[in-house]
Design a protein around this ligand. Structure first.
Ligand code: PMV
Length: 298
């Protein structure tokens, strides 16, 4: 039996703008999906949803990964710390961990680039549209600049994720991307500069990250959050968690991912205090860490 785990991710900067070719910075976080694969006499997939064979409705990503690698006789077990469909890359993590566990169990010899590419193909198949961000970050770990795929060291300060528990399933991501596109089409002279500005955080962010200047990084996250709000992807609940974290002294706080619900995160040097504030504002608080480790064999 082989067990692999793959991390979730947050966007430090640049979601939505990345759809228009602008830069973004995403970072892996130490919330993992663990997948074990064992040669067996038939396909068996077990997760908290239940046990199935190949099943594209209940276990779409895992079934697709099994088909992609052409195996007919594998038992796969999944456990995960990543809230599903809330902007933290849960589908990428389960896809990447499944591909890697089967790859190792059957000694197929695929490298990390292959795993990231196959993972992206699977997300594209299932979701219709998906950026390479989630699968690439989940495979490689650390901070990744998109679209250049430059890898950087993650921040060494604290991170707290706030979950509004109003999920952004993949369909909802597509809906929000369309909503921004419609606004952009109606008011290009107003929205285009906002998208450009969102794309410009990445370059500054890289420098601040290398200088470990978390105060300035946090201030820019706050500005990025305001611009995402301007694009119409914020919600009352997301803003409540963002302001609660800032009021509790976090360096900065913003939406991560598509918005419309889902998660926010805060950079902080006092995670417990930030987490209490997020809870008091009605969110689920998850204290975690940034990680340089992508997919791992356990
Ligand atoms: O909510 P997530 O983690 O699926 O992120 C969506 C990010 C967008 O920029 C809005 C869309 C994309 O595919 O890049």
């Amino acid at each position: 039996m082989t067990t692999c785990s793959a991390p979730g991710k947050i966007y430090l900067f640049g979601e939505h703008a990345v759809v228009y070719g602008e830069s973004a910075l995403a970072c892996a976080v130490e919330l993992r999906t663990h997948v074990s694969a064992k040669k067996s006499d038939s396909v068996k997939i077990t997760s908290k949803i239940g046990t199935t064979g190949l099943n594209f409705r209940k276990h779409a990503y895992v079934s697709s990964a099994i088909i992609k690698l052409g195996v007919k006789d594998v038992a796969v077990k999944i456990t995960s710390d990543i809230p599903i469909g809330s902007g933290l890359g849960s589908s990428a993590a389960v896809t990447v961990a499944t591909l890697s566990a089967i790859n190792d169990e059957y000694s197929f010899g695929f490298g990390k680039e292959d795993i990231a590419r196959m993972g992206h193909e699977i997300e594209l198949d299932i979701q219709g549209a998906a950026s390479q961000t989630d699968t690439f970050v989940s495979t490689m770990g650390g901070v990744v600049e998109i679209p250049s795929r430059t890898l950087m060291q993650p921040p060494d300060c604290g991170i707290v994720i706030g979950n509004t528990r109003k999920g952004t399933k993949s369909k909802k991501t597509a809906k929000l991307v369309k909503q921004v596109a419609a606004l952009k089409e109606e008011y290009p002279e107003i929205i285009d500069p906002i998208i450009k500005t969102i794309g410009s955080f990445t370059q500054k962010g890289r420098i601040l990250l290398s200088e470990k200047d978390y105060n300035s990084l946090g201030r820019l996250m706050n500005v990025n959050h305001g611009l995402l709000d301007a694009l119409g992807v914020g919600t009352t609940e997301l803003s409540a968690l963002v302001y609660a974290a800032r009021d509790a002294g976090a360096f900065g706080a913003k939406i991560t991912g598509a918005g419309g619900g889902g998660c926010m995160f805060a950079l902080t040097d006092s995670p417990k205090k930030t987490a209490s504030a997020i809870k008091a504002a009605g969110g689920e608080a998850i204290i975690t860490e940034f990680t340089k480790e992508g997919v791992l064999k356990e």
